[in-house]
Design a protein around this ligand. Structure first.
Ligand SMILES: [Zn+2]
Length: 198
């Protein structure tokens, strides 16, 4: 009647072993996701705190997914721009003087696809740039923009798992059709890392 309950409990070793068995199967995936999130967070913090005003940066973040990487989620089969990871709401800067040609959905406006509903397309001398996944755009079509001007805020719209800016440099003019803004795949070029200071 007064027998202590702990006598009927499994040994600590058995409990630990059983828990480990259950955890191991699902934990590997979670660990990979956690490491990824930590890497992104560290890179973003580095970009925001250590290199906030480096001249080539289109936003206060970190470029972690470069141009030309093979991907299966884009029609051309390669990543057509650079992904700059930054906290939601971080300012997005124009990388050169230009004129805003278009603001709105790009490629698709369905939830979870395309570039979100606040993409910005800007024309410069001899090329075009696009800024996608923004949570909001701060410029309008027809507006002249100076290099370094804040044109949008980083968001997580469209085909995006974490807040980031997808920046493209395109050696073609905007077609005028947001569902097919540029023709062909060879018009996309590496935005590079050496823009002029602003
Ligand atoms: Zn991208």
């Amino acid at each position: 009647m007064t027998a202590p309950a702990r006598l009927t409990q499994p040994s600590r070793a058995a409990v630990v072993e059983s828990a480990l068995g259950r955890v191991t199967a699902g934990s590997r995936r979670a660990a990979v996701g956690l490491v990824g999130a930590v890497v992104v967070a560290a890179a973003v913090a580095f970009g925001v705190l250590v290199l906030p005003h480096w001249p080539h940066m289109p936003t206060h973040g970190a470029m972690l997914w470069g141009f030309g990487v093979p991907v299966d989620y884009q029609e051309c089969g390669f990543h057509t721009g650079q992904d700059w990871f930054a906290a939601e709401g971080t300012p997005v800067f124009a990388i050169a003087d230009g004129v805003v040609m278009y603001v709105g959905p790009l490629w698709s406006s369905a939830p979870g696809t395309g570039r979100g509903d606040h993409a910005v397309v800007m024309e410069h001398e001899g090329y075009t740039t696009t800024y996608s996944h923004n949570r909001i755009a701060l410029v309008s079509a027809g507006e002249p923009v100076e290099r370094g001007q804040v044109i949008a805020e980083v968001g997580n719209e469209g085909y995006s798992r974490r807040p980031h800016l997808h920046l493209e440099k395109v050696e073609a003019r905007f077609s005028g059709d947001w569902t097919r803004p540029f023709d062909g795949c060879d018009v996309y070029v590496d935005p590079g890392m050496l823009w002029s200071p602003f």
